[in-house]
Design a protein around this ligand. Structure first.
Ligand SMILES: [Cu+2]
Length: 212
């Protein structure tokens, strides 16, 4: 008899915890659906398999402070990694030399931010804080084949296309936006999209031109 009572108490206790948990999860799901929408789409070009594209919202109302932690770009095996670096305005990037040879980091004319971190050897890290919106090309004066990109954004709503050219920007506040396309080889005009809470809007980029 006593054993059974203990079991009953356990079951009641479990239900007392479970029921509010279920309601909480349901409510938070509804709130998430009400609060935001998605932008999904595809880039119709064979180039995006080798050269992924960055899809981003030009401007979203609000302020989006940079992360407290630095972003890391490595120079390893004579490559910059990552190759494409979307960051929020004000973000500091640590550039580390993870090779045994000397590297350099500089941005050519036409970049949103102009800097040259000098030449430095293995194990050394140098930092730069990006305060200009737009694209900065990263080059190494020692190895002309090395190239990468930092794209400084106003807001965190962006995506990099996958192998098939698909992309998804999630948790977007409702509103009408300009969707911009950036790719190192291709260009496409911006598109206007209206994001509705709880819905996914589809954007297709098929008007692609090779950059000069
Ligand atoms: Cu180098």
């Amino acid at each position: 008899m006593k054993k059974r009572q203990t079991l009953n108490n356990f079951v009641y206790g479990f239900l007392l915890l479970l029921v509010p948990t279920i309601f909480f999860l349901m409510a938070s799901d509804i709130l998430a659906q009400e609060g935001s929408g998605k932008i999904q789409g595809v880039i119709k070009s064979p180039y995006v398999k080798r050269f992924p594209a960055l899809i981003f919202i030009d401007h979203v109302d609000g302020t989006y402070p940079p992360p407290a932690e630095k972003v890391h770009v490595s120079q390893k095996d004579l490559l910059f990694a990552p190759h494409i670096n979307p960051i929020l305005n004000g973000t500091t990037v640590d550039f580390t030399n993870d090779d045994t040879v000397v590297h350099n980091v500089f941005t050519p004319p036409g970049s949103a931010s102009g800097f040259n971190l000098g030449n430095y050897g293995q194990g050394v890290a140098k930092s730069y804080t990006f305060n200009n919106l737009g694209v900065s090309t990263l080059l190494c004066s020692v190895h002309p084949e090395m190239v990468a990109f930092v794209i400084v954004l106003q807001n965190p709503y962006y995506a990099i296309s996958d192998n098939a050219g698909n992309f998804l920007i999630d948790n977007v506040p409702p509103g009408t936006y300009q969707i911009k396309f950036w790719n190192e080889k291709l260009e496409a005009p911006p598109q206007s999209v209206t994001v509705v809470a709880g819905k996914a809007e589809t954007v297709t980029f098929n008007d692609l031109k090779k950059k000069d």
